[in-house]
Design a protein around this ligand. Structure first.
Ligand SMILES: Nc1ncnc2c1ncn2[C@@H]1O[C@H](COP(=O)(O)OP(=O)(O)OP(=O)(O)O)[C@@H](O)[C@H]1O
Ligand SMILES: O=C(O)c1ccc[n+]([C@@H]2O[C@H](COP(=O)([O-])O)[C@@H](O)[C@H]2O)c1
Length: 189
């Protein structure tokens, strides 16, 4: 599951957990983006902060892990590179899935080398409140559309709440509240 995770919140975690259950996945690998090119023009927290928050939020689930592939690759982050690297790491027999929310799936036709993406992994699109979930119709298209428990949480809302001095308890895991406070994230955005 790729994401900017700025910060990671319970919407991400519940979607990942539900997909792991529905597809009997051995592992869900969270992949924080290095440089999310579609979010250029807005301030993104340092990759190491987003990586550490993702590690903290997923540490209690033995099926969850976090990969540095996107943050360690120089340049803009493209999922085509992520999936190629994952294939190399996990070998030819691994069955790879890429989990997205409805909003990200809706933009996939504009992703780099979109027509090749579906050859590299099976895509899983999750419902997300406020967004329409639809098969984008990529060539070769292996997409599954799944319903996950609806949590109307976004990282944008979490950042705005912190900036306004409003609580983010229970929107994000407890350790993430503590990390945000310790590092002073989102206060001056
Ligand atoms: N509440 C949610 N329910 C289901 N999927 C979600 C939810 N929030 C995010 N996702 C999905 O998780 C992935 C990573 O999302 P991302 O890190 O960009 O979070 P975000 O909340 O959309 O951030 P922002 O508000 O900063 O754009 C995307 O595929 C996104 O669609
Ligand atoms: O490959 C691309 O061109 C591309 C464009 C936009 C987003 N993505 C990936 O989609 C995932 C969710 O991205 P985002 O911006 O919603 O956090 C994350 O893994 C991104 O690297 C990938």
């Amino acid at each position: 599951m790729g994401g900017t995770f700025d910060p990671i919140h319970h919407g991400h975690l519940v979607a990942a957990s539900e997909v792991a259950h529905l597809f009997a996945l051995d592992e869900v690998i969270f992949v924080p983006t290095g440089q999310p090119w579609m979010k250029e023009g807005r301030k993104t927290s340092p990759a190491e902060d987003r990586y550490l928050m993702t590690v903290i939020a997923t540490a209690s689930n033995p099926r969850f892990s976090v990969s540095r592939v996107d943050i360690d690759r120089p340049g803009k982050t493209y999922t085509i590179d992520t999936l190629r690297e994952m294939r190399e790491i996990h070998g030819p027999d691994a069955e790879l899935f890429f989990i997205t929310g409805a909003d990200a799936l809706g933009e996939i036709l504009s992703w780099r080398d979109a027509d090749e993406l579906f050859n590299l992994a099976h895509f899983i699109g999750c419902t997300r409140p406020g967004h329409n979930l639809a098969d984008p119709g990529l060539p070769g298209g292996g997409v599954s559309l799944v319903e996950v428990p609806a949590l109307a949480i976004s990282s944008t809302e979490c950042r705005e709440r912190v900036r306004a001095g409003e609580p983010v308890w229970y929107l994000v895991p407890d350790g993430i509240v503590q990390y945000i406070n310790k590092r002073g994230l989102y206060r001056g955005d």
